[in-house]
Unconditional design. Structure first.
Length: 561
């Protein structure tokens, strides 16, 4: 049972919390970045002490008030800094039979208890204490734990593990559940989340095992661990994701939910059999990093105002286009959140559902049982929706049902993979959509890319050369007194010169001239020329705006436009 539901069941049994109150609390917590406990305290439902006493009673464990309590040095040494910080676990003592007593920031986290039991090879007894008291002592006792990953690698490299040489003989589950491997994988994941990585890549090659993070769209390689660890690390990730660790011949997909203190992070797992073992990619879905408010996407004011007008339309199709990883889903989620009101029924079909949106019905595609986009979309029309989001329009059938939905009074949001906004029209026509249907239903196409922002801590002004300006199609006279910047590199940005990303956009609005060209099956080039003639700012134009505002570099704009 999810943690929030356990809390609801606990206080509902005591007659303190109704279902309606619980839903209000959960909405309040999600909208304001609070924990459920903080929302309960703010609403006056329980005090912090009452909450923790009730949790301890429910779990049948001891409640500890750590006010004024300090752990002796030998108690602190019962748990390494890496494991303590990773699992939000504070050692408070041990019994004569060797059982370790830990106070957990999240006492409902059974995965943390199991991981610690495997990692330490001893019995664990949990205790309940106020989270802020535990976190305060974790900071004071353990601080930053920079050496822990190196320590684990040294332990692994020293041959502390006997498996890897003959995978057929060794039990894969024994590999995955060995203490050093558990620590190693947990620390890799924690480091990636701390560095704001969007993906973690585990890649086995003939003579090496690479681990890479993708941060702000760029891949960075870690110091590679020993090659023989690849099967064990892969098995550990598969165990965490609930996948079949014995099956190494076919791709598998799964999901891991990880709690780091009060923060919950989802990891989407994909395995791929390769010539030298299984390649594993973890997509990090961290709600605390991704802000799904439309106002925070950094759109120019005219585009933001246009989107608000489009979201108010009763029907039609709105397409967001761009390559994988360009932020299309984030833009659509932000649009949905903006119009997610009590009087609107919102449905989405996605492959897979990336973030849970409160108050929106989300359906994941399952191709293995025939539940594809077209089939779900057809069912949506019988669910009385007001707005529909289709994760991706991949085929003619899905496109036709989306058009049918828009013709019958629904506003449909969807994505396509094309290089620019006019290309979306050509793609749909190539699929077999009739031009007159497309011109009648399409409201707008938004193309977008994500480019890296210059780090504000090391931003430096410079004068570009004429060769650089020629690449942008500009002359010194055209730029006049405009300033150009780049990042020198500092500790805040890991010496890259960039920190964070922003969107650049190209909006093709539908009007009579463009609709006429669609009916004539005009090529992409003609559509683009007409749209620019009517005032469309291209991706390159918006990229130049970002350069002039000192937000990004020439190299980033040239790379993506």
């Amino acid at each position: 049972m999810p943690r929030d539901e356990q809390i609801y069941a606990l206080f509902h049994e005591r007659g303190i919390l109704s279902r309606a109150q619980f839903e209000d609390l959960r909405t309040e917590a999600a909208n304001n970045g609070k924990s459920l406990l903080q929302a309960m305290i703010d609403f006056g439902i329980v005090s912090e002490a009452e909450y923790h006493h009730a949790v301890a009673d429910h779990l049948g464990v001891e409640y500890l008030d750590l006010e004024g309590w300090e752990a002796a040095p030998e108690t602190q040494r019962l748990l390494s800094a890496g494991l303590a910080r990773l699992h939000g676990a504070l050692p408070v003592g041990e019994t004569d039979d060797g059982t370790l007593t830990l106070a957990l920031v999240d006492p409902f986290d059974q995965h943390a208890v199991e991981d610690l039991r495997f990692a330490l090879g001893r019995s664990i007894q949990i205790a309940v204490a106020p989270a802020h008291q535990i976190e305060d002592r974790l900071r004071r006792y353990y601080g930053a734990d920079t050496a822990s990953l190196d320590d684990v690698l040294k332990q692994l490299g020293a041959g502390s593990l006997s498996f890897g040489a003959d995978a057929a003989v060794v039990d894969p589950e024994a590999e995955a559940n060995s203490a050093p491997i558990i620590r190693f994988v947990d620390l890799i994941v924690a480091q990636a989340i701390q560095d704001r990585a969007s993906d973690i890549h585990f890649e086995p090659f003939e003579n090496e095992f690479k681990i890479r993070y993708r941060v702000d769209g760029a891949l960075y390689e870690m110091a590679p661990p020993p090659r023989h660890l690849a099967p064990a690390v892969t098995s550990r990730v598969k165990v965490m994701a609930g996948l079949n660790i014995a099956e190494r011949r076919v791709p598998q997909d799964g999901r891991i939910q990880k709690r780091l203190g009060e923060k919950s992070v989802d990891l989407r797992v994909s395995t791929l059999p390769t010539q030298h073992g299984e390649s594993v990619v973890l997509r990090v879905l961290d709600r605390s990093v991704v802000n799904l408010d439309l106002e925070t996407l950094g759109m120019p004011p005219w585009l933001y105002d246009y989107l608000l007008r489009t979201l108010d339309k009763p029907n039609g199709i709105f397409i967001v286009t761009g390559p994988t990883g360009s932020g299309k889903t984030t833009t659509l989620y932000s649009c949905l959140r903006k119009i997610n009101t009590v009087d609107a029924k919102l449905l989405t079909v996605e492959d897979p559902v990336e973030y849970d949106l409160e108050g929106i019905v989300q359906v994941p595609v399952q191709e293995s049982i025939g539940l594809n986009f077209a089939r779900v979309l057809r069912a949506f029309l019988r669910q009385d929706p007001d707005r529909i989001m289709v994760g991706e329009t991949r085929d003619l059938e899905t496109a036709q049902i989306a058009i049918q939905a828009s013709l019958t009074g629904h506003l449909v949001f969807t994505t396509l993979h094309t290089n620019d906004a006019p290309g979306a029209v050509t793609r749909l026509l190539d699929m077999g959509v009739e031009p007159f249907l497309l011109s009648a239903t399409l409201e707008a196409v938004l193309a977008q890319r994500l480019i890296r922002r210059i780090c504000t801590h090391c931003r430096v002004e410079y004068k570009p050369t004429e060769a650089v300006l020629r690449q942008l199609g500009l002359t010194p006279e055209q730029i006049g007194a405009k300033k150009f910047f780049y990042g020198k590199g500092c500790d805040h940005c890991n010496q890259t010169g960039y920190r964070g990303r922003k969107g650049i956009y190209e909006l093709m609005d539908m009007n009579d001239s463009v609709r006429e060209l669609i009916n004539q099956r005009a090529p992409t080039v003609t559509l683009k020329q007409k749209a620019v003639q009517l005032g469309m700012a291209t991706l390159r134009d918006d990229g130049l705006r970002s350069i002039y505002e000192g937000e990004t570099t020439v190299e980033e704009v040239l790379k993506y436009t």
